[in-house]
Design a protein around this ligand. Structure first.
Ligand SMILES: *Cc1c(COP(=O)(O)O)cnc(C)c1O
Length: 361
C-alpha cells in the first residue's frame, strides 16, 4: 500500500510545542509559560468580542481597514504600510514563503525565536545560526554568515527566550553592513515592555529604506493571544508582496474587533508596562538574593539560569509540585535555564517563594 507523501521539507521540522497550560492535580495552575501578559484581556475587548458575534455571518473586511487605522493612530504610523495577520507568526511565515525558498539562506541568532527556523525549513531555506555573546545577538557573527545565497536575517529585539536587547546602534550597523537585497526582519513582539532609552522597535529602519520589516503582536501586552492577531510595518514593496501572499481573510472579525478595542482601552499599555518594569525588577532581585542567576531582560519574562540542566529540571519539577508552570527552554539550546513570565505581584511572589524553598530545601 502506498500513501500520499508530503514534501521532504515537512519532515525536517518537529511540530511546535508551546508553553504548557495543564498540570495534573491542579484545576487552575499558575501559567507563567507563554508570556501572555499579567492582566488578562482588556475589558473593552471582551465586550467587543460579544458584540461582533451578532454579525459573524458576514465575511470580515479582508483589508482590516479599521484595525490598521487604529494601529496607525496608536503608534503614529501610516496605515498603508501596515499589514495584519493571524498572529505575527503568520506574517513571519508569509515573509519566509515570499522571500525564502530552496537555495536560499536565512540567518538567525543561536537562541533566536523558534518560528524562524521552523518556517524557514518548511519553505526549503537553509537556516544558519549565528553565535551569540552573553546570550545577546552578535552582529559580527551574523555578518560572518552572509553569502550570496542569504535572503533574510531575523532578529527578535528584545529576543525570546533570552530577553536581551540589541542597541539601536548595533541594529543600524547590521543594516548598513548587510547587502541591500537582504531583508532584515525585526520581530518586536515585546516592544511595548522595553523602557531602555534609545530603543526603537524597528520603525526607524523600516522608514529608512526598502529592506526592513518590523513585526508586532497583540498576544503579549494586549492580552489577546487566544484570538491570534499580529501585524507588520514595512515599506511599500514588502507590503505589496504580503498582500499578494496572505490569505484573503487572514484576520477574522473577532480578532479585528478585539484588537481595535484593546488599543482603545484607557491606560492599558501604560499600566502593563509600568507593572512589568517594577515586577520584573523585584523578581530579578529576589532570584538574585536566593542565588539564582538571571539575564538582563527587557521583556515580560526572566530567563533564570540554574547553571546545570539537572538543576533546571529539578527546579521545574518543584515548581510543578506547587502548581506553577514555567517554560523549559532546552529546545532553544538552553537546557540549564527556565523562562518565567512576569505575572501579577501575587504570582511573582508565589514563584519567588517556591524557588526560595527549592533552593533551601
Ligand atoms: C510570542 C512571540 C511571537 C508570536 O506572536 P503571535 O502574534 O502570537 O504569533 C513572535 N515573536 C516572538 C519573539 C514571540 O515571543
Amino acid at each position: 500500500m502506498s500513501a500520499p507523501t508530503a514534501r521532504a521539507e515537512v519532515f525536517s521540522v518537529a511540530p511546535y510545542v508551546g508553553g504548557e497550560s495543564a498540570l495534573p492535580g491542579f484545576t487552575t495552575p499558575l501559567k507563567l509559560s507563554s508570556n501572555e501578559g499579567a492582566f488578562g484581556p482588556p475589558p473593552g475587548a471582551i465586550k467587543a468580542l460579544a458584540k461582533a458575534g451578532a454579525t459573524m455571518h458576514r465575511y470580515p473586511d479582508g483589508g482590516a481597514t479599521a484595525l490598521r487605522r487604529a494601529i496607525g493612530e496608536t503608534f503614529g504610523l501610516n496605515p498603508e504600510r501596515i499589514v495584519c495577520g493571524n498572529g505575527s507568526d503568520e506574517i513571519l511565515s508569509l515573509l519566509i514563503q515570499s522571500y525564502g525558498g530552496p537555495g536560499t539562506e536565512l540567518i538567525m541568532s543561536a537562541h533566536g525565536f523558534a518560528i524562524y527556523e521552523i518556517a524557514g525549513k518548511l519553505a526549503g531555506c537553509t537556516v544558519l545560526k549565528a553565535a551569540e555573546r552573553n546570550l545577546t545577538t552578535d552582529v559580527d557573527a551574523i555578518l560572518a554568515l552572509v553569502t550570496p545565497a542569504t535572503k533574510m536575517v531575523f532578529i527578535a529585539n528584545p529576543n525570546n527566550p533570552t530577553g536581551t536587547l540589541l542597541p539601536q546602534s548595533e541594529m543600524e550597523r547590521l543594516r548598513a553592513a548587510l547587502p541591500a537585497e537582504v531583508l532584515l526582519v525585526i520581530d518586536a513582539a515585546y516592544a511595548e515592555y522595553v523602557d531602555s532609552p534609545g530603543y526603537n522597535p524597528g520603525t526607524a529602519l523600516v522608514d529608512a529604506g526598502e529592506n526592513c520589516v518590523m513585526t508586532r503582536t497583540f498576544s503579549k501586552i494586549f492580552g489577546l493571544g487566544g484570538v491570534r492577531l499580529g501585524w507588520g510595518y514595512a515599506p511599500a514593496n514588502v507590503i505589496d508582496v504580503l498582500n499578494r501572499t496572505r490569505p484573503p481573510f487572514n484576520v477574522n472579525a473577532f480578532a479585528a474587533a478585539a484588537g481595535i478595542a484593546a488599543l482603545a482601552e484607557p491606560g492599558w499599555l501604560e499600566k502593563g508596562r509600568a507593572h512589568n518594569t517594577q515586577a520584573r525588577a523585584r523578581l530579578t532581585a529576589r532570584l538574585t538574593q536566593i542565588g539564582i542567576k538571571t539575564h538582563p531582560s527587557e521583556a515580560n519574562f526572566i530567563l533564570a539560569d540554574f547553571t546545570m540542566a539537572e538543576r533546571a529540571l529539578a527546579a521545574d519539577e518543584f515548581l510543578r509540585s506547587r502548581g506553577i508552570i514555567v517554560r523549559r527552554v532546552a529546545s532553544y539550546g538552553l537546557p540549564h535555564c527556565l523562562r518565567i513570565t512576569i505575572g501579577t505581584d501575587d504570582e511573582c511572589n508565589l514563584v519567588a517563594t517556591a524557588l526560595a524553598d527549592f533552593t533551601h530545601g
